[in-house]
Write a protein that binds this ligand. Structure first.
Ligand code: FEO
Ligand code: CA
Ligand code: CA
Ligand code: CA
Length: 582
């Protein structure tokens, strides 16, 4: 079997066996070292982590909760340094029952606990350095920064900025927002910034949608049963008092980590949805194209083309390039064609007759605009990323257990889809601005009994569930990370990292490289430029049925009594210092 495996792939590692254990596991010959954990110091004056005595003031200076996206930016800027750089890390969400003693899903949190939760959202920017083969956080770095949902000012830019629907009682300009929430994945731009996605923003807002914004808020899932209790202490999160505040979330936010004083910018030209991520392709002529997924069952795949070209010799000129351009949504045909439908205000159904009185309305209600154009309803589009070697674009579709047998199409071909699929898009002659692409099913995830389809030679361990995020190495190989949710515990198969060739005999033959501890999902795959390090984010370890701060299913990575499991960034390196995956 080993000889056959070796023949079918360029990936030169022995797979990690399937498992569901309290510790993580990596392929033999590699080490997986925890770099930074929830509560560790980000700013020099941060207090030491004490799970029994958390404060918002401390959390605002410590590494936040539930690390998701990781972006690596070399130091010095513009170099390809692979032993020294900045990491920008998203802190997507918080889980009070895993963070605080004595808390269950039904507990009324107190104001201090909610303040910790708010401070544990946002981003961390850390400086990291490798010496003698091991990565460490540089203490006292001038780049170190916490971007926090409760206090960090941001600006709305682009066509919707300043529109009446973005104005609130506290902000008559419609351009000034405090913080960003539920930042899932993202992307690093070729001009040295990071794009972070605002995903499930609806879960933070309470109230009954009524009045002018009612249909809008309902389309994005706001109800009087929010996921969080922030509205009990901050009226900003109560739509009865502040009906337009949710319109200031659901955007792509651009952050310049090289300038710690810079203000993050919410780029309204990229549309408003439950953004999973945003990844940039630059054409030979400098054309900037951004691919994005809206992660919810039956939502859409999007593309943005910037109006201006990138001057590669002068990347700083791209500072505001994402403020002007054209947004489109994908319509898949069963014959393998894909059409990009432009969301142009004033064209087709996107007119005042349907309540779209300006380009801003189209951007604020991107989903409704895409509905009217007849875009293809997908099985939860997560990461969408162009392969820098081949130029093909890969779409991670994680699952959709609500799809019924009468709602199938070739791109979403399974009813009650619990396992997901990966679609490959091809731009004609590499022209990513073309209005028509073609597409192929790259793989159908799951086991054979789920209707899975892989390349020949895929092992039992390599059969993955629920593709979520991804990265490419310098050989154009696709590294997929998975998120099964609570199904991981039921299956007793942990989430992890799976690598596959995208061409040749090893095409669509995933190989299992790393797995997370119980209850966790795998996020944030990110290579250094030389591919000798793969950073990954272990998110929500211990998030199992019946697990809590007091009785966690794992105490990874500390394994100390009284210390709960801690979401952490892990640096994976090869023992001989070589390229990950060989
Ligand atoms: Fe935050 Fe789409 O997962
Ligand atoms: Ca995700
Ligand atoms: Ca990615
Ligand atoms: Ca996920």
């Amino acid at each position: 079997a080993h000889a056959a495996d070796a023949a079918a792939t360029t990936l030169g590692f022995t797979e990690v066996p399937v498992g569901y254990t309290t510790a993580d596991a990596v392929a033999p010959g590699y080490s997986a070292d925890v770099l930074i954990r929830w509560g560790d110091k980000v700013l020099a004056d941060a207090p030491a982590f004490d799970p029994a005595a958390q404060t918002a003031d401390g959390q605002r200076r410590q590494f936040g909760y539930n690390n998701d996206f990781i972006g690596y930016l070399p130091l010095p800027a513009g170099s390809d340094a692979s032993d020294h750089g900045l990491l920008v890390v998203n802190h997507e969400y918080t889980s009070a029952d895993m963070m605080f003693a004595g808390v269950t899903a039904d507990t009324q949190l107190n104001e201090a606990q909610v303040a910790v939760e708010i401070a544990a959202h946002g981003q961390s920017v850390i400086e990291v350095k490798r010496s003698n083969g091991k990565w460490a956080v540089v203490e006292g770095s001038r780049y170190a920064r916490r971007i926090d949902t409760g206090t960090t000012p941001m600006v709305l830019t682009g066509p919707a900025a300043g529109h009446d629907r973005l104005k609130t009682r506290d902000d008559a300009t419609g351009t000034q927002v405090i913080g960003t929430i539920n930042n899932c994945a993202g992307g690093v731009t070729p001009w040295g910034t990071v794009l972070v996605a605002e995903e499930n923003f609806h879960g933070y807002f309470a109230g009954t949608p009524t009045g002018a914004e009612a249909a809008n808020h309902k389309r994005y899932g706001i109800t009087d049963e929010p996921w969080y209790q922030w509205h009990r202490f901050d009226a900003r999160f109560n739509i009865d008092a502040n009906p337009t505040e949710p319109n200031r979330f659901g955007w792509i936010v651009e952050i310049d980590p090289y300038d710690p004083a810079s203000m993050p910018k919410k780029r309204t030209a990229l549309g408003r949805m439950k953004h999973e991520a945003a990844n940039v392709h630059v054409g030979d002529d400098g054309t900037v194209v951004v691919y994005m997924g809206d992660d919810e069952r039956f939502e859409y795949l999007y593309r943005f083309i910037a109006s201006a070209k990138l001057d590669r010799a002068n990347p700083a000129t791209a500072r505001d390039i994402l403020d002007d351009g054209r947004l489109s949504v994908a319509k898949f045909s069963d014959d393998g064609a894909l059409e990009w439908l432009p969301l142009d205000w004033g064209q087709g159904p996107l007119t005042p007759a349907n309540g779209f009185n300006s380009a801003a309305d189209v951007l604020i209600e991107t989903r409704r605009a895409a509905d009217l154009l007849g875009a293809t309803r997908m099985d939860r589009p997560e990461d969408v990323e162009p392969n820098p070697v081949t130029g093909k674009v890969y779409v991670m579709l994680t699952n959709n257990n609500k799809r019924t047998a009468d709602q199938l199409d070739a791109a979403n071909p399974r009813a009650k889809n619990e396992t997901g699929q990966v679609i490959e898009l091809t731009a004609p002659d590499g022209d990513h601005t073309a209005s028509r692409f073609t597409w192929d099913m790259f793989l159908m995830a799951g086991k054979p009994e789920d209707g899975a389809v892989y390349g020949a030679g895929t092992t039992e361990a390599g059969q993955l569930y629920c593709p979520d995020n991804c990265a490419f190495d310098n050989k154009g190989r696709l590294w997929i990370t998975t998120d099964q949710g609570s199904a991981a515990g039921k299956r007793q198969i942990a989430d992890g990292v799976y690598a596959t060739d995208t061409t040749g005999a090893g095409r669509a033959v995933p190989r299992h490289f790393y797995r997370v501890p119980t209850g966790a999902e795998m996020c944030g795959p990110c290579f250094t430029p030389d591919n000798t390090t793969l950073f990954v984010a272990v998110q929500h370890p211990g998030e199992d049925k019946g697990s809590s701060f007091d009785t966690p299913s794992t105490r990874w990575p500390d394994f100390k009594d009284g210390v709960p499991p801690r979401p952490s960034v892990v640096a994976i390196t090869k023992a001989d210092g070589g390229v990950i995956g060989g």
